[in-house]
Design a protein around this ligand. Structure first.
Ligand SMILES: Nc1ncnc2c1ncn2[C@@H]1O[C@H](COP(=O)(O)OP(=O)(O)OP(=O)(O)O)[C@@H](O)[C@H]1O
Length: 302
């Protein structure tokens, strides 16, 4: 039996419209399925936790945005079941990262007619409390986390979303974050090395290049089972950081001397005092964080 998890609010109602189109397809009516809607934050994870124990579920299909997929991945524990994703969010970085390009209808048809192959490996992070969580896109501390936090708390977000100008909130939040941001002194431990880096604006670990609604922020990242791609920006002035964000649009930020790109199998990030982090858009606080690529493959049907 197929389990469909739909976030009707993702993409400001876009996911709901996609689901309604799929519902009209003959193949939707012909398969044995259970469809559940998320009603509030956290529901995706709860549904996934509940249904991953039910052996009759052979395939999960998520229709929503990256936040919903993040929740489902963190709740789903039965590794033999494949999880498919039909993007209906506002950013859809995950879909871009795994190369999903087709229309929702084509993706649906493909999902139900072909068996999935193991082709995706989540990143994972562990904070001071020892609990491990997965991320589908990236985890970051610094300016990306500060921007996400401001955007998530902003009352303007709902209003701009209604005007279909949702992405504008991230630009407004980014400028606010840059004005307020205090660069961090950090310690990175990876591949037998310890590095102290001062005046750090961002440390991001990514599973694929895309972030912020389709920007190739971590350009060297690839979907693979071996390593995570790291972006560090440090020792940069506030003026130049604005220029840097303009360069990100054209993928040219990687040529600035303040931008470091490298790969790690695993890495520990330590900060002098607690800072904000974002993992697939979900925010929190951390002082120490251990990250790695999960070896266990996930079956994602494109
Ligand atoms: N019915 C609901 N109403 C409001 N929020 C919900 C509902 N169901 C789930 N959520 C929460 O909404 C958050 C955002 O959803 P999601 O990321 O899927 O869409 P999006 O933000 O439009 O897309 P993207 O992350 O790709 O930009 C999720 O993290 C989830 O916790």
């Amino acid at each position: 039996m197929y389990l469909l998890i739909v976030n009707p609010n993702a993409g400001n109602g876009h996911a709901k419209k996609i689901f309604e189109r799929i519902q009209k397809m003959t193949s939707y009516r012909n398969i044995e399925r259970k469809t559940l809607f998320t009603n509030q934050p956290g529901d995706g994870q709860i549904i996934a936790e509940t249904y991953s124990k039910k052996e009759y579920i052979k395939h999960v299909i998520v229709i929503g945005g990256d936040g919903t997929m993040h929740e489902v991945m963190n709740g789903w524990s039965n590794q033999s079941v494949s999880i498919s994703f039909i993007p209906g969010g506002s950013g859809n970085d995950f879909a871009k990262g795994i190369g999903q390009r087709d229309t929702a209808e084509k993706q649906w048809q493909n999902i139900i007619s072909n068996p999935a192959k193991p082709n995706f490996w989540n990143g994972s992070f562990q904070l001071e409390n020892g609990r491990e969580k997965k991320f589908i896109n990236s985890i970051g501390i610094g300016i990306d986390a500060a921007t996400t936090e401001i955007a998530n708390q902003s009352h303007l977000k709902i209003w701009l979303n209604q005007l279909k100008l949702g992405k504008l909130i991230y630009l407004i939040a980014l400028i606010q974050a840059i004005l307020r941001f205090q660069p961090m002194n950090i310690r990175l431990t990876y591949d037998g090395r310890i590095r102290h880096i001062e005046n750090t604006w961002i440390v991001s670990a990514a599973n694929h290049p895309y972030c912020g609604g389709g920007l190739k922020v971590v350009p060297h990242a690839t979907v693979n089972p071996h390593n995570l791609s790291i972006l560090v920006i440090h020792q940069i002035s506030k003026k130049k950081i604005l220029l840097l964000f303009l360069l990100v649009i054209f993928g040219l930020h990687q040529y600035l001397k303040e931008v470091e790109l490298f790969q790690v199998k695993e890495m520990t990030i330590e900060v002098e005092s607690p800072v904000s982090y974002q993992a697939d858009g979900e925010t929190g606080r951390l002082q120490t964080c251990y990250i790695k690529r999960k070896k266990q493959a996930v079956y994602i049907k494109k």
